[in-house]
Write a new protein. Structure first.
Length: 388
């Protein structure tokens, strides 16, 4: 039985989309006869070791008082130490350069093939979480680590064509890169009818995901005055975020006098997301126009889960959204960064239930045909088999 060392610098499990991705890749590997060991950071609460669906999980304890960089470098060192004392692995699969570079540098010593799963690069995304790093020179050093890890890896996986183009622009050989879009499990996200437009019904707009600065939530909030002036509605923003991000959103809501219409709520466990999406009348993905979304690329799981639940969607008109959605067939798209256009597209759905239903039905069908975790798992196994 081939053995896989899967290293993820993401607390597992958690409400983040990273956990959803990891879960389905792990299941795909196990169900196809691979023995998997997962290394993730600990949070001080989860056990140091446990077994999950035949996967052995080891967790690196957090460093008291350590900042992000300290924790990341310690995780990379721990990943190397574990590889040295474990039974030989046939494959090392990593989701960041923190553990990827130490393992890739030692692949000849350990005799495993290496797979770099690039969902996002720290050199692009870190500045949105920690604005202070923009002028520190740290991002240049991190980019150098990422470039070396990409060069040394035997295979590279990414979730969108935009990301593949970005990686090739960095010098990664195109033949090494396989695009595996994110997916959904239709059984967990069943399509359901839209809420009835009865008298007194106040339509719910829903955003679900992280509160990261690249998500466009400030712009979404700025669209709400125009929406509520013309149609009764409320907006629920549900997801994980740092204290700084929550405070900024709360300040904007107060400044615009939207306390009655907008709520920012804590993330829910993933098994509750389907029910949450089903409660909405319109779902939004207001991605900002920035290097994370436009240059690096992404594949928003939220959009695919909105689609699977048969909800009308309003999303930013960006290439990463158009890889998933067909404009005016599966969703309405708006000019990124334009709150008036966003408001107009939302109002078009609220004012035209037939249009909303048609888009929702098309989106649900497309999600089941094009974007399932089963399809992603099949592509993942082909990558492994191609490495021998």
């Amino acid at each position: 039985m081939p053995r896989v060392y899967y290293s993820a610098f993401d607390v597992f499990p958690s409400p983040k989309g990273a956990t959803t991705h990891i879960v389905h890749f792990l299941r795909g590997l196990v169900n196809n006869g691979y023995q998997v060991e997962l290394l993730t950071p600990g949070d001080g609460i989860l056990p140091a070791e446990e077994e999950w669906e035949s996967v052995r999980i080891r967790r690196v304890p957090p460093i008291d008082g350590g900042n992000f960089l300290t924790q990341a470098l310690a995780f990379g060192q721990a990943s190397l130490e574990l590889a040295a004392v474990s039974q030989p692995f046939d494959y090392a699969h990593y989701r960041s350069a923190w553990s990827g570079l130490p393992l890739a540098r030692q692949k000849s010593r350990f005799g495993f093939k290496t797979i770099f799963e690039v969902n996002g690069l720290a050199s692009v995304e870190l500045k949105y979480h920690y604005p202070g790093v923009r002028e520190s020179g740290l991002l240049t050093k991190i980019r150098q680590m990422e470039l070396e890890a990409l060069e040394l890896s035997d295979a590279v996986i990414c979730p969108s064509d935009v990301t593949r183009q970005f990686l090739t622009s960095l010098g990664v050989e195109r033949r090494k890169i396989t695009v595996i879009p994110n997916g959904c499990s239709p059984g967990d996200f069943p399509a359901s009818p839209l809420p009835p437009r009865s008298d007194g019904h106040i339509p719910t707009l829903l955003y679900i995901g992280t509160l990261a600065d690249w998500q466009g939530l400030e712009m979404l909030i700025h669209a709400m005055p125009q929406i509520v002036q013309q149609h009764s509605a409320r907006l629920r923003i549900v997801g994980r975020g740092r204290s700084r991000q929550r405070k900024l959103l709360a300040k904007q809501i107060r400044k615009l006098g939207l306390e009655e219409f907008v709520s920012v709520e804590a993330a829910v466990p993933h098994h509750e997301v389907g029910e949450l999406v089903a409660s909405a009348d319109v779902c939004v993905a207001p991605l900002s126009l920035n290097d994370r979304n436009v240059t690096q690329g992404c594949c928003p799981i939220k959009i695919i889960e909105y689609m699977a639940c048969a909800r009308p969607i309003v999303a930013s008109n960006l290439p990463v959204a158009r890889e998933l959605l067909r404009e005016e067939v599966d969703a309405l798209l708006f000019n990124p960064g334009d709150p008036a256009d966003l408001a107009g597209q939302v109002l078009a759905l609220l004012d035209n239930p037939s249009l909303a239903e048609a888009l929702a039905v098309n989106a649900a069908r497309r999600a089941r045909e094009k974007f399932t975790w089963h399809a992603a798992q099949k592509k993942l196994i082909k990558v492994y088999e191609g490495l021998g």
